[in-house]
Design a protein around this ligand. Structure first.
Ligand SMILES: Nc1nc2c(ncn2[C@@H]2O[C@H](COP(=O)(O)OP(=O)(O)OP(=O)(O)O)[C@@H](O)[C@H]2O)c(=O)[nH]1
Ligand SMILES: C[S@@+](CC[C@H](N)C(=O)[O-])C[C@H]1O[C@@H](n2cnc3c(N)ncnc32)[C@H](O)[C@@H]1O
Ligand code: SF4
Ligand code: SF4
Length: 393
């Protein structure tokens, strides 16, 4: 089990959940049946999505993720020897694919800081799902290094990319990343990714975390900028993940309000989920007849706080040092690295993964949404949860 939990100083504010309006739970988008030919957890959820964190380091200090006061020069980042090697990651990924995983997302920290990441991408792109096709291979990045790396990532076999961008106004963006990084460089990274072919068929997405009172004025400018560009934009509710960001409910702008603001500016129509277990609720930009115009594209909201989507959650998370986490809000992982380094065979690894997934009952956001307002966290409340930069988001 991991002991990699946030170090001192103590969190600035202990998150006190104040859900004045208990959230509805989003309806299922996949049937509650045992996974076809794959694993199923205790809540009958299949294993489909593997998110791999390749580094716990980042060149940004977004306050909702790696606040400067905590992630300073003395922060005990993982030593090189703790990190899974590319070969170790590939060995584990092969077992996850054999269990039915179809999508692999590389994340971090900032994944593009991991040296020679292209080599890992090449290895992962050569793997096959149970259907005999390459996995849907994607990556989430802050975009700061994309101008330099987009072409080599594409050449290595990356299929698509998601760029996080919290505003278009340079001053707001610099405040959000808290390292004075200019917005024009991320926009250039997005263009480079499109030019490299990572944006085909909506493969390039942009995610914006919305913090009430901080960057909410960027919602409409961002929507205007990406409408009709072929890049789906998704607004993410600010989450109480980790224990260092001083999360407060009053800084969450519920997705319903985001959609309301968008609808005042543009006609929108709800779209079907593109895939079972999808995180985002999708809306299409409509034409004058109120019909979705695919040329105008779509926008989405990820409402983990106000509309939990645990019932569909098919995501496993592999931390930088090889801990398997079953939920973004978990306090503890399952140590696959020790198994690997202890000489476990691939069959033993596969069996361990199956055992862990079949015992999974995590549904943190859903449980929290069902609690009355102003009560303590239902799960992991006695323990500190892992940080987003460690588990990878
Ligand atoms: N609470 C919660 N948030 C999640 C989960 N999965 C992803 N997110 C958050 O949703 C945001 C978007 O995630 P992405 O990395 O773009 O992944 P995705 O939505 O699966 O991506 P696509 O494959 O492009 O649809 C990030 O901030 C994630 O932290 C989840 O299982 N639970
Ligand atoms: C942890 S980052 C890692 C990848 C990369 N550094 C990036 O920012 O895209 C993954 C995603 O998590 C999101 N994120 C981090 N902390 C969050 C929080 N407290 N609430 C909601 N989303 C968060 C980020 O905005 C980003 O889209
Ligand atoms: S959200 Fe991404 S870019 Fe921002 S601090 Fe976290 S890991 Fe870095
Ligand atoms: S809170 Fe946990 S179980 Fe629920 S959707 Fe997120 S990762 Fe999945």
């Amino acid at each position: 089990m991991s002991d990699r939990l946030p170090q001192s100083p103590a969190p600035r504010n202990i998150p006190v959940l104040d859900l004045r309006q208990p959230a509805p739970v989003r309806p299922l988008t996949q049937p509650l049946l045992p996974a076809q030919g794959g694993l199923s957890d205790r809540l009958h959820r299949p294993l489909r999505d593997l998110r791999i964190s390749v580094t716990d380091r980042c060149n940004f200090r977004c306050s909702y993720c790696m606040p400067k006061e905590v992630f300073d020069k003395d922060y005990p980042y993982l030593p090189q020897t703790s990190l899974l090697s590319f070969e170790e990651i590939t060995t584990l990924a092969r077992q996850f694919l054999a269990h039915g995983v179809r999508k692999i997302r590389l994340t971090g920290g900032e994944p593009l800081l991991r040296k020679h990441l292209e080599r890992l991408i090449e290895q992962l792109a050569a793997l096959r799902t149970v259907d005999g096709v390459p996995p849907d291979l994607t990556l989430t990045t802050n975009g700061s290094l994309l101008t330099r790396k987009a072409a080599s990532l594409k050449a290595a076999g990356l299929q698509r990319v998601t760029v996080s961008l919290d505003g278009l106004d340079d001053a707001v963006f610099r405040r959000m990343n808290d390292v004075d990084f200019p917005v024009r460089d991320v926009l250039a990274g997005i263009e480079a990714a499109q030019a490299a072919g990572l944006g085909a068929d909506g493969g390039l997405k942009v995610n914006m975390v919305v913090k009430r009172g901080t960057n909410e004025d960027q919602i409409l400018p961002m929507a205007r900028h990406f409408r009709g560009s072929g890049v789906p934009l998704r607004f993410i509710e600010y989450m109480d993940v980790g224990a260092t960001n001083g999360w407060r409910m009053d800084e969450v702008l519920p997705s319903a309000q985001v959609i309301e603001r968008l609808r005042e500016a543009f006609p929108l129509v709800p779209l079907e989920a593109a895939a079972p277990g999808e995180t985002a609720q999708r809306w299409g930009y409509a034409n004058a007849d109120g019909v979705w115009d695919p040329a105008l594209g779509e926008v989405g909201v990820i409402s983990s706080v106000t509309q939990a989507f645990c019932r569909d959650c098919n995501r496993a998370r592999l931390s930088t040092e090889g801990q398997l986490y079953l939920c973004l809000f978990a306090s503890q992982g399952h140590d696959l690295r020790s198994l690997l380094r202890g000489g476990a065979s691939e069959a033993e690894l596969a069996s361990a993964i199956a055992h862990i997934w079949q015992g999974r009952g995590d549904r943190y956001s859903e449980l929290r949404a069902q609690r009355p307002p102003d009560t303590a966290l239902p799960a992991g409340s006695g323990q500190r949860r892992v940080e987003m930069s460690y588990i990878g988001g």
